[in-house]
Design a binder for this molecule. Structure first.
Ligand SMILES: [Zn+2]
Length: 673
């Protein structure tokens, strides 16, 4: 009897815990997390904006990227084949190319979770076979080193071994969770065990080695997947090592900026300001958030809260983009690249805003959403997804931007001298970190749409979808969400299956959505509905209940803090979560974007155009175009400006540059009438 009870208990326990283990982030058993991930595949986009983007992802973004990376253009799979002895040749691509291939595999795995196409699984299996063969006996796996006889393992951190490792571990964990197959996971475990033996002992040689620290996220995820505490301890060690050692040039740091650039000047627990490379910083903060989720150390989460506030209140663009400059200095006067500079210093034209950095902002925010359970973090995720994330890829899903400036003016930048900035999206980027990062984000976004709360479900993102999930108490919940968001603000959610007992439904009311109302079966709810918070309704829900959320989609003019000099007397146009811009395609030929002004007296009207840019709501208005500003001298005596009127439209910023090369601006000077 006792034995039977034990077996039954273990089935219940194993059954319920396994059911929670297919999240993008598997925080099912993380003790310091308020909101838990749904399983990948529980939510599927059915209709509308994200369903269309996912369709492009499934049919264009992922297959096209596969052709690039598995062929000779991208050469990423070739690198593994050469290391595996199945092909002759040399390593090609950046030192972090392996990591970017793992990200592509991750994207493919998310697509598989939603469409269950066995062909994808077979292709993944073939990559894994080659990668496994490329892996050395002791677990080492870095083709950029293995194929370079001049360099030794872990000799210099600029070779990005940690970055590749992080993406290997994350991708392998996701693959195991979604497919149940161990082939990729076993490679990751073997690799992580080697990492543990080298980096866990107190060894000065390796002490400052961790930078571009995706390995922290990867190690925590591996700990969550297999339960081996060594991986969590090693992740913690990588956090603790930053800022612990004297910042000085060593053979291991040659060739890449040190100090603030790689967040090794100030220990995390003492940090209040986001510094350095924006991608490195936010991957690091996201990894530290994963460590906190498991350990609960207050000093870490307090620091992360300060850093998040610093980023989103003082260093973030209106599009959710981060990393103001390509080259610059930190406030500690240390050289930085592709990253954060002073607060409120927000250039538009030279804004760097690497697609990866914007996505990292969303990844960091997602982790704080889970930890704190507050909707403001999901607001930032959404801001990035609809704006500075999506602007990194063309509508057809086959060309890419690395940098995402807020203003582009012809003839002002020498693109030949710039490595990662282009006047138009490119079909291939030699530095290929951003494309698979964005594609995996689009592929997994349905997994971010909902979270499980202690006794219910939280709606984080809106979009037509169906959710079939299991709540934390093991009860089944099925919902259907119907909406034309973000073009319209009404959302209908129908309960298709739920438990008999009362439970919570949390609805994110975005900070911009002033005056939102929620009705249940047509009746206004007594629940407090406040923008910037989750509205929580607890009741005995029944099959067929319909929740209607009505978010007013006002066209708003957004001005910057007075300390942002670059946008004084200018406004950006926003409607719901979408940030707009004006571009050459909608202006008379030869118009300089800097001559275009808005007038507060002119009406702005939202119009949905199904045949434009794959279907967008534009803002129609009459702009003023200055006609007497042709003097290009640096300073000149001002004359009274003269304007002509022109009826036109503003388009969503994410969809810019899909109608030929031209100029664009998000912020426009305004004439107040
Ligand atoms: Zn990137």
């Amino acid at each position: 009897m006792k034995k039977l009870l034990l077996i039954t208990l273990s089935i219940i326990l194993f059954g319920s815990s396994f059911a929670q283990e297919k999240g993008i982030i598997n925080n099912a058993n993380s003790p310091n997390v308020k909101l838990k991930s749904i399983n990948m595949g529980d939510c599927v986009w059915t209709d509308g904006f994200w369903a269309e983007r996912f369709d492009v992802c499934e049919h264009h973004m992922v297959p096209y990227m596969g052709k690039l990376l598995c062929g000779d253009v991208g050469h990423a799979l070739n690198n593994f084949k050469i290391a595996a002895g199945e092909m002759k040749g040399q390593h090609k691509g950046m030192r972090w190319h392996d990591g970017d291939f793992y990200k592509f595999m991750e994207a493919k795995t998310y697509v598989y979770a939603q469409n269950k196409d066995p062909k994808l699984l077979k292709e993944l299996d073939e990559y894994i076979r080659i990668i496994g063969k490329a892996q050395e006996e002791d677990g080492y796996l870095q083709t950029q080193i293995q194929l370079n006889p001049k360099v030794d393992r872990y000799e210099n951190r600029k070779y990005h071994e940690m970055y590749n490792t992080g993406h290997l571990l994350t991708s392998a964990c996701v693959h195991y969770r979604i497919t149940g197959k161990r082939n990729f996971l076993d490679i990751a475990i073997k690799h992580a065990n080697l990492l543990y033996t080298l980096f866990m002992p107190e060894d000065k040689k390796y002490a400052r080695f961790g930078f571009n620290q995706t390995q922290i996220m990867g190690l925590v995820e591996l700990y969550r997947t297999v339960g081996d505490e060594r991986y969590l301890k090693l992740a913690q060690k990588f956090v603790d090592n930053r800022g612990k050692y004297k910042v000085e040039e060593t053979p291991a740091t040659e060739g890449y900026p040190i100090g603030d650039m790689v967040q090794e000047f100030t220990p995390l627990r003492e940090s209040s300001e986001a510094v350095g490379h924006a991608v490195l910083a936010q991957y690091y903060y996201a990894g530290a958030a994963d460590v906190y989720a498991e350990t609960g150390e207050t000093a870490i989460v307090d620091a992360l809260d300060r850093l998040w506030e610093n980023i989103t209140d003082q260093k973030m663009y209106v599009t959710g983009a981060t990393g103001q400059t390509h080259y610059g200095a930190s406030t500690n006067r240390q050289m930085i690249e592709e990253g954060f500079i002073d607060s409120y210093m927000m250039p538009n034209m030279t804004a760097y805003n690497e697609t990866c950095a914007n996505i990292c902002n969303a990844m960091f925010s997602k982790r704080l959403l889970d930890i704190h359970g507050e909707s403001k973090y999901a607001d930032i995720m959404e801001l990035v997804e609809f704006n500075s994330g999506l602007s990194g890829i063309g509508l057809e899903g086959e060309d890419y931007y690395y940098a995402n400036p807020l203003r582009v003016i012809n003839g002002t930048r020498d693109y030949k001298k710039l490595v990662t900035e282009f006047p138009e999206r490119q079909p291939y980027l030699e530095c290929f970190c951003c494309p698979p990062n964005l594609v995996r984000t689009v592929a997994k976004l349905s997994g971010w749409a909902y979270s499980k709360s202690e006794n219910g479900i939280a709606v984080n993102l809106y979009g037509g979808n169906e959710l079939k999930t299991t709540l934390l108490d093991g009860s089944k919940l099925e919902l259907a969400q119907v909406t034309n968001y973000p073009w319209e603000g009404d959302v209908n959610i129908t309960i298709q299956k739920c438990k008999k007992d009362a439970f919570d439904m949390l609805f994110r009311i975005p900070r911009w959505a002033k005056g939102t109302s929620i009705k249940v079966n047509g009746e206004t709810t007594t629940t407090e509905v406040k923008e910037g918070q989750f509205a929580s309704i607890n009741r005995k829900w029944r099959k067929g209940d319909v929740i209607t959320i009505d978010m007013p989609m006002e066209i708003t003019m957004v001005e910057g803090n007075t300390r942002i000099e670059e946008v004084r007397n200018q406004v950006a146009i926003k409607r719901g979560p979408i940030v707009y811009c004006i571009e050459s395609a909608d202006l008379p030929e030869g118009t300089k974007i800097t001559d275009v002004y808005l007038s507060s007296a002119n009406e702005m009207k939202a119009v949905y155009k199904k045949d434009l840019l794959d279907g967008v709501t534009v803002i129609e208005t009459e702009v003023l175009i200055r006609t007497n500003n042709n003097d290009e001298t640096m300073y000149k005596t001002v004359k009274k400006p003269e304007f002509t009127k022109f009826k036109t439209q503003l388009v969503p910023n994410y969809a810019w540059s899909n109608r030929g090369q031209g100029e664009m601006t998000v912020f426009l000077p305004i004439i107040w009438k």
